[in-house]
Design a protein around this ligand. Sequence first.
Ligand code: 3PG
Ligand code: MG
Length: 396
Amino acid sequence: MAWKTLDQMDLAGQRVLTRVDINVPVVDGAVTDATRITRIVPTVRDILAAGGKPILLAHFGRPGGKRVDNLSLQQLVPTLEQALGAPVLFAADCVGPAAQAAVDALQDGQVLLLENTRFHKGETKNDPDLTAQMAALGDVFCSDAFSAAHRAHCSTTGLAALLPSCAGRLMQAELSALESALGNPRRPVTAVVGGAKVSTKLELLSNLVEKVDTLVIGGGMANTFLAAQGKPIGTSLAERLMIDTANGIMTKAEGLNCTILLPRDVVVARRFEANAPHETVPADQCPEDAMILDAGPESVAAIDAVFQDSKTLIWNGPLGAFEIEPFDAATNAAALKAAARTASGDLISVAGGGDTVAALNASGAARDFTYISTAGGAFLEWMEGKTLPGVAALEA
Ligand code: 3PG
Ligand code: MG
């Protein structure tokens, strides 16, 4: 890789400005999923162990360039302290006198968290003045926010031009997992792409058919593909305007010897509702008054057979309406199959993006996957084959 890691930096006594993504879900003041916080622990721990002073820079939500009290990072201090097992001090601003005083007072073994970078308008504009103010607080820049690397902001890209820079442990882990899944994978490689819309995953599908041997399409977007094949889809969620696009992707796949696997049977219901009365029908027999809410058991068997022959799997998006039971069945069953193949050492499985992690956690499959990315949008952009500015900045 073209970038440095913490191992190549001399951190003793150095102030290490560390960009992390601790944009975790918070409900009524309580962190409901601390995954992103626990995943930065190795980086902070290694900086401390090397005698460095970790100064954490992060965003929280989208405050739009002004102070928004309920988006203060201060509320995450207890969760951070618990995860890190070290005292975490907090500064009420990420630049200026308050930040400088906190940095100056930082003792060995302590961690400093600076206030939400997005309280400043300049952050999301990659404003050079704001970047320079941030840079004044540190000696080294450590970028550990892969999940924010699709943003070209002061704290994700700007700082890399002003300070000696390196990737943190999470950034390293994310990049090497993604590289092993799509960059230089063991073949055959299979991708599972689900979720509601073709329109939001168009570039992703188009890039994947160039890279994978089998592309499994599920969720709402599969309906658009079924419609493109002339199959009736009743009242199913679908994007009729994307039918030509879906056909284009199928033609492209054929030309590249990529097999697209669509549902063979589907679970249909009359209402989008948990436990709505439902039946399983062949994929070309959706009744006029019914909607497709999940893939059926034959589809799952076909997916299992593909997994059985695959050496690498990359997964983004659920196969059905996983948020309402029992329409999470196909997602759960296929995920558990992938987990079992991974546990037996036969499959490298990488998953990420938005709802995906929630779906895989719900099935209990996530813990056996080779790698679960912390990234949502960044994972998608990476799967689209785009260069992430936060990664490119480290390579420069
Ligand atoms: C995320 O939650 O996906 C990242 O923290 C990036 O947040 P953003 O979409 O607000 O830039
Ligand atoms: Mg996002």
